[in-house]
Design a protein around this ligand. Sequence first.
Ligand code: ZN
Length: 340
Amino acid sequence: MKAVIKAAAVPGLELRTVADPVPAEGEVILKILSTSLCGTDSHIYQWDNWAQQRIHPPRILGHEMYGEIVAVAKGVTTVQVGDRVAAESHVTCGKCFQCRTGNAHVCKNYKIMGIDRDGSFAEYVALPEQVCWKTAPEIPSDLACLQESLGNSVHAVLTEDVTGHTILVTGCGPTGLFAIAVARTAGAATIFATDISEYRLELARRVGADLAFNPQKADPSVILDQTSGEGVDAALEMSGHPTSIHMCFKYVKNAGRVVLFGIPSANVALDVANEIIFKGIRVHGITGRRLFETWYRLGGLFRAGLDIRPILTHTLPLEEFDKGFDLIHSGQCGKVVMIP
Ligand code: ZN
């Protein structure tokens, strides 16, 4: 089969013909109908410090996927050939303290598709039954692979109630855009969004931001002007940039909440007393999706009218993966989907 592979410990990826995957007991073979690029894949493509520590080539990348099950191995009971499924990318152990107490999203032993085992930038992938997520046929194939990424934003936005609340989203990359769309569907009152890319600010407006602006050009204190001087109920930090992190603490109201999802590239110094303690706020670190609560809510959001179509800006054949990573690097894109 064709696969996009990190063949050696150098920048870039290669399209190669490799052996078809063979399912182990309890696994299925998924024929990939769509798979999307993530920032994580971009780090591996560029072969930065994090990737060099984390990835052991050769490895087929890709952890956001949707497809049709074409084979099932011994022991599989909940899915069958012909089912259309997306995949939870974190394969959890089911045995650790976190897995046994409802917090499998922070399992200490989890393996990630496309990082710790071969992923979905290929015609076929072997997938443990436990991570298959049957997907309603009304969700189009090219959007269905985005559910894994969307799930991060569903988790971030719905950690607490947002209905009728004012929201700030800093960073309008795909997860920020998904967060805006989710908050809108969930009934947020007013959504502020910031980014330094006019392309992404325009996408933010399309998916439901009431006021999307570049904080380097417009004064963020407009947030106070429009919230009776209080600030927002919830600030969602989706960029990882220190300036945006501080903006979230500054513009969240006293007794509000800050959600940190964007990953900083270095340590960030906080004024803990003034940014957190004296404001009496709650700070939530968000990683992955709650298993599988987030997936159920995600399905429900689609039925409630969630529209993520504007966030899918580019669809490419698998062979054009280089173009996809160029797009991510440029920032002139939302989500990029590849079709094998
Ligand atoms: Zn575990």
